[in-house]
Design a binder for this molecule. Sequence first.
Ligand code: ADE
Length: 225
Amino acid sequence: MRIDILTLLPELLESPLGHSIVKRAQDKGAVDIRVHNIREYGKGSYRQVDDYAFGGGAGMVMTVAPVFELIKKLKAERPYDEIIYLTPDGERLAQPAVNRLSVVTNIIILCGHYKGVDQRIREHLITKEISIGDYVLSGGELAAAVLVDAVVRVIPGVISDETSALTDSFQDGLLAPPVYTRPEEFNGWRVPDVLLSGNHKLIAEWQEEQAMLRTRQLRPDLLNE
Ligand code: ADE
């Protein structure tokens, strides 16, 4: 899978893309992530990429031409399955959309800044608008890091323990059950006996029950009951 990220602040993405599972996935060749600086396509010697909003109002708007040129160049090189714009008024991100994106071949992710990008980019080039939650970030970069991390970890083969990503919260519509590790007792706090029993059937039943309990308690909206 190839992911092209278009941003005015490439530095913001360096660390999130350069560590842990996302880094290992790139090292393995499971994903090829390219970060492009929109400013390189800006106008004039100042490489201008923003301008005042028509109709007035506070805040600058990202201009059409630099983003258009960059997307045109990329589209001439390969077909893209989705051109995603990260914006608080997009569709709220959830695991099913993440899973769908993890099996496509090429995507572009456009990070917004200032007051956002000129509406004509959204109307004519963007195929999908995504929000990572009902709050406003200063730009789309942190949202892009969230989206890429969520997508990359479910690309088949990225997590070596195949079942691990499948047992994440949300993968089966439920929150994940609690987890414990050694020691069996700390400060008088004990690990539930069933987990130490060695009985895999009982353990699986307990985990299912806990997942259901947790979901009912913390996120009853996921159960549609
Ligand atoms: N850009 C600013 N806020 C955002 C959000 N909540 N989700 C995605 N992109 C954003």
